[in-house]
Design a binder for this molecule. Structure first.
Ligand SMILES: Nc1nc2c(c(=O)[nH]1)N=C([C@H](O)[C@H](O)COP(=O)(O)OP(=O)(O)OP(=O)(O)O)CN2
Length: 166
């Protein structure tokens, strides 16, 4: 029917869309012990068909998501806006204090993230916002939403979805 809007989805997942990082989160006034995850990432983009009969090019989406994963890979995920942590940037290291606990990580081993906590939810949001910056380089008038999922383990995943039309 003329004028009917058909929405489609493309998804990239698996392969090299992963990162292995160390972290801890704070919750309920407590702080987890330092540990790591092999995180998996998925991205879904929803929209109408573009001029090349694709919603968004898988190849580009994978490559740009991989770049973000590489930025996080083999690093300690430092939540810069966590009010429960006392953070001090030394000349060569980040010092992190939570009550009597004290961690010191070399700057080279840390990725500084503009988030409150390195939960899967906020990591998904961070990756999504970084991808949105990247998408500005491509024609995107046909796109409606983008969703990023971050898998901490096969049993647990968090998603963040953003409306690209508002
Ligand atoms: N909604 C969320 N809940 C939790 C998050 C999160 O990011 N979002 N994160 C954690 C912890 O960081 C933790 O790494 C995962 O906790 P948990 O699955 O309990 O830990 P285990 O791997 O030890 O669990 P088992 O499956 O029992 O081995 C917690 N919650």
């Amino acid at each position: 029917m003329a004028g009917t809007r058909i929405l489609r989805k493309v998804k990239v997942e698996g392969g090299y869309l992963h990162f292995s990082s160390a972290h801890f989160i704070t919750y309920s006034g407590k702080c987890e012990r330092l540990h790591g995850h092999n995180y998996g990432v998925l991205v879904e983009v929803e929209g109408e068909l573009g001029p090349d009969n694709v919603v968004f090019d898988f190849t580009v989406l994978k490559r740009r998501t991989k770049e973000i994963c590489q930025h996080l890979d083999h690093r300690f995920l430092l939540p810069l806006h966590n009010a429960q942590l006392e953070l001090t940037r030394l000349s060569d290291a980040w010092e992190i204090r939570f009550r009597e606990r004290r961690y010191v990580f070399p700057l080279t081993d840390v990725v500084e993230l503009p988030i409150e906590n390195s939960t899967a939810e906020l990591l998904a949001q961070y990756i999504c916002e970084e991808l949105c910056k990247v998408l500005e380089e491509y024609p995107a008038a046909n796109l409606h939403t983008i969703m990023v999922g971050v898998e901490e383990a096969p049993t647990q995943m968090a998603y963040y979805q953003k409306d690209l039309r508002s």
